[in-house]
Ligand binder design. Sequence first.
Ligand code: NDP
Ligand code: BG6
Length: 522
Amino acid sequence: MSALPNPLREGLAAERIPEPATMVIFGASGDLTKRKLLPALYSLTRERLLPGRFAVIGYARKQLTDDAFRGEMRAGCEEFARRRPVDAELWDGFARNIFYQEGGYDDPNAFIALRERLEQIEKQLGLPGNRVFYLSIPPSSFATVVRNLGVSGLVPPPSAGPQAHFSRVIIEKPFGTDLATAQKLNRDIHETLTENQIYRIDHYLGKETVQNLLVFRFANGIFEPVWNNRYVDHVQITGAETVGVEGRGGYFEQAGILRDMVQNHLFQVVSLAAMEPPVAFDADGVRDEKLKVLKALHPIPSSEIDAHVVRAQYAAGSIAGRAVPGYREEPGVSPTSQTETYVALKFFIDSWRWMGVPFFLRSAKRMPKRATEIAIHFKEAPRLLFGRRGEGIRPNVLSIRIQPDEGISLNFGSKLPGPVMEVAPVTMEFRYGSSFGVEPPEAYERLILDCLLGDGTLFTRADEVEASWTWISRIHQHWQEKAAAQTAAGTVEPLPSYPAGSWGPEAGDRLIGDGGRQWRRP
Ligand code: NDP
Ligand code: BG6
């Protein structure tokens, strides 16, 4: 890469350094801690974005010494950190402030022991008492751990009022499995924490390209005027993965792609793409506008759910020339599973801006290509002017590639070179990699840093999560009722399937094709 300064990057690295703090990670013996959290903290240290005084305490039931935990985390960073190999000198300094505390999740005494250890570490390192608790544990333990944070005095009660030092809690996904469980979890954690202490993670919001949706829309004068039902024909959102369930069959069986990807990640993308300009770029300004979109999702009547929501399961097939098993053959998956690994939806947003514009969203495992993108399909221009020579005219499509090959492209018609007036589609491209010459940081780096800085803009608020579940849970409820009726009648219909490595079932193509449209090939 060129050593010359890149003018496009100037001013982009405005550093914001948080106050000295300690991060306690619950479930520190798990996969997420070593694959994402410690590598993110290590990268932040490398980029000098963490405060000079900063400590990490890993907490879990597994028996480990501080040194053994440091060793496991170093191995995690060697394997998963963004910049490898790990810098030995930097690591030694960073690892000196990593500790491990063994304990259970439902035992208040273990939390009291944690508080004593934390206070001792804070004293030893001269840390002021700012604390972030990261819940990297199965969701069934979220409420218990938050309650014990309060009971043990690790977090002061909400009635104690403003504090000199912050206590914040990061909560992993999934946040509930339906509307009722999400509401209950919100009620439970609000007994110990105020909403502004809660940081619900959706790692899609930490992706640079997702954040760029806001910049693209609101920092440019030319797009916003056409970003509405007068000019937009329809919107397509794709979340395609080549991976299957990757050893998480047990979890996925209970979730399905609608819960795993759509309710959270892709609805966050939809809300950023469809929202009105916020009054300010702060946590509540942005989240208020996203909430309005989620609340304006037009509820699909139960009688129309089957026509608007297509689901299917991958069968055996091949990905990049490699044979892969079907979903029902995956470990932890029932051979008669009815869990969807593909979903395609057609929905509307009841707002002045989007009235009448269909949104088509699809998300699936085992697609031929990994691609997350949002594509705005504009209305077609009249062809009359060009007659037969205008056959090459296509509607303009603006596509925002969230990953991989992050970038934005605009398709438009151009005159074919030559003596006649013929039109052909061409593409104008922006690519992050080549323009900025840097790889985007990992989503967890940005999100952990924002939490330390007390910036909740890229975290989901209680009302957003509930609004999203309100819409999604109606679909699950319809599926459950249908399954119960079929079981009672003894006529259980298997889900439609699609071969692994294909773009999904024909029913998904029909869903969009009924209006003469078709899915974009990302
Ligand atoms: P794990 O299943 O590996 O659990 C993390 C740790 O939690 C375990 O090592 C275990 O430690 C402890 N634990 C507490 N209660 C239980 C329980 N009932 N069953 C099993 N373990 C328990 O989770 P991950 O590390 O993969 O993920 C952590 C959180 O992040 C989860 O909420 C997950 O949904 C979410 N997440 C994970 C992603 C990933 O890529 N891994 C991606 C997106 C979200 P011990 O027994 O030592 O106490
Ligand atoms: C996780 C889902 O939240 O997001 C996984 O549980 C999915 O099933 C993953 O594979 C996708 O994340 P990314 O960043 O790879 O698009």
